[in-house]
Design a protein around this ligand. Structure first.
Ligand SMILES: [Zn+2]
Length: 283
């Protein structure tokens, strides 16, 4: 895949495009809503969103990471396989998009297990990354993720660059690749009357300004900053928003030494650099 001159070694900034393929799961598990209309909004992600997003990524030749709830993979195996076959990374995103804060320790274990099983069943690959539904975490989450071989998390918002996850005051072996609500399409675009009212429906020009300006500042600061966009095929897959995303990507691509990477590559890059720094300190 072309990386437009930017590599891990020469990067001035790293950029990751991440997509949460929530579909019906977010309504069923996240919002306890099973009305036909709500579920049809979820289905839009598979019917229109994913094919359009994959087409755009292929056109630009860019890598991306898709976080997919197990249930979504089960009911949309063709779209999930198309994502995997396109060479994109797939991460864990719950089973039915259930917020971990609503689960007991044992229920959260079942959710993690079922999520992994579903992704393995459909794609043949075990995920190493996890993004919690709605970016909420329970006191059990990190110990359970470590048990199930998850090596990085993408649910926290604590920095603009990767860092080690701390659990109960202790450093874990899990890398955090943080995100930001400002760079998430749902904060700007999700409209609903029911079951909760969300205003959404921002003008794409407003969001493009936020995303471009955030990139410009991060590029100026440079270093080990990771600019992570979080998007949802059911939201970003609308034509006016895809045209906005195209504009933001075109703007980013005007800059030199931008390393486009998957979330997993960013985590691995941080792990390797941290280990190298630790070795230098030891010697
Ligand atoms: Zn989600």
């Amino acid at each position: 895949m072309p990386r437009f001159g930017g590599t891990a070694a020469n990067r001035r900034i790293a950029v990751a495009l991440s997509f949460d393929f929530d579909a019906e799961s977010v309504w069923l598990g996240g919002l306890n809503t099973n009305t036909p209309s709500a579920l049809s909004r979820g289905a839009y992600a598979a019917n229109e969103g994913v094919p359009r997003v994959l087409k755009l990524l292929a056109e630009y030749g860019l890598p991306a990471t898709f976080f997919i709830p197990g249930y979504t993979a089960e009911i949309h195996p063709n779209e999930t396989k198309a994502i995997a076959d396109g060479g994109f990374e797939i991460g864990h995103h719950g089973y039915l998009h259930e917020p971990p804060t609503s689960l007991t320790h044992d229920e959260e274990r079942v959710m993690i297990e079922r999520g992994i099983e579903a992704l393995v069943e459909v794609t043949g690959k075990t995920p190493v990354g996890y993004r919690s539904p709605s970016w909420e975490l329970s006191p059990s989450t990190f110990s359970l993720l470590a048990e199930y071989g998850i090596t990085y998390d993408a649910s926290q918002l604590g920095a603009d660059r990767p860092y080690w996850v701390a659990d109960g005051g202790k450093r874990t072996d899990i890398v955090e690749v943080p995100s930001a609500w400002e760079l998430c399409d749902s904060a700007h675009f999700w409209f609903s009357f029911f079951p909760t009212y969300r205003t959404g429906l921002s003008a794409p020009s407003k969001v493009a300004e936020i995303w471009r300006e955030d990139f410009a500042g991060a590029y100026e600061e440079s270093g080990d900053i990771c600019y992570v966009l979080t998007m949802h095929p059911e939201l970003i897959g609308r034509h006016h928003r895809l045209r906005m995303l195209r504009g933001v990507l075109d703007y980013i691509l005007e800059h030199d030494n931008v390393w486009f990477a998957t979330m997993g590559e960013l985590a691995e890059d941080f792990r390797v650099r941290s280990q190298a720094t630790a070795m230098i300190k030891e010697n």
